[in-house]
Design a protein around this ligand. Structure first.
Ligand SMILES: [Zn+2]
Length: 124
C-alpha cells in the first residue's frame, strides 16, 4: 500500500480513538453509578447487577476496539498494513474502507470464523 493511503487510514483510525475512549469513560461511569448501594430491594438489585454487567461488557468491547486500533496503527507504522495476517495477500481496499482495523482478507476471516464459531450469543 502506498504512503498516501497508509496516511489516509492512519488519520481515519486516529480520528476514531477519542470517541472510543469517551465511550469507555461513559460505560465505566455508568457501571460505577449502578454500584451505588442506594437500592435495597432485592429485585432491583438483580436488575442493577444486570445493567452493571452490561455496562462493563460494553466497556470491554470499547476497550477491545481501542486495542484493535492501536494494533492497526502499529501495522501501519511497520507498513504491513493492508496485508492479510493469514495468507499475506492484500486485503481488498473496499473491505479496509468499511473496516479499517481488518486484519484478514474476507476469505480468511470467513475461514477463521467458521473454525472458531461465533460465540457472541453464548457469552451474552
Ligand atoms: Zn487472507
Amino acid at each position: 500500500m502506498d504512503a498516501k493511503k497508509l496516511e489516509h487510514f492512519r488519520s481515519l483510525l486516529l480520528s476514531q480513538l477519542p470517541q472510543h475512549n469517551e465511550h469507555i469513560r461513559e460505560d465505566q461511569a455508568a457501571a460505577l453509578e449502578l454500584s451505588d448501594d442506594g437500592v435495597k430491594d432485592s429485585s432491583d438489585l438483580s436488575m442493577m447487577d444486570l445493567n452493571k454487567e452490561l455496562a462493563l461488557r460494553l466497556g470491554e468491547r470499547e476497550s477491545q476496539m481501542v486495542a484493535d486500533i492501536d494494533q492497526t496503527l502499529l501495522r501501519i507504522k511497520e507498513r504491513s498494513y493492508g496485508n492479510c495476517g493469514r495468507c499475506s495477500r492484500q486485503i481488498d481496499e473496499r473491505r479496509l474502507d468499511a473496516l479499517p482495523t481488518a486484519r484478514y482478507c474476507a476469505n480468511c476471516q470467513a475461514a477463521i470464523e467458521a473454525a472458531t464459531g461465533n460465540d457472541e450469543t453464548s457469552t451474552l
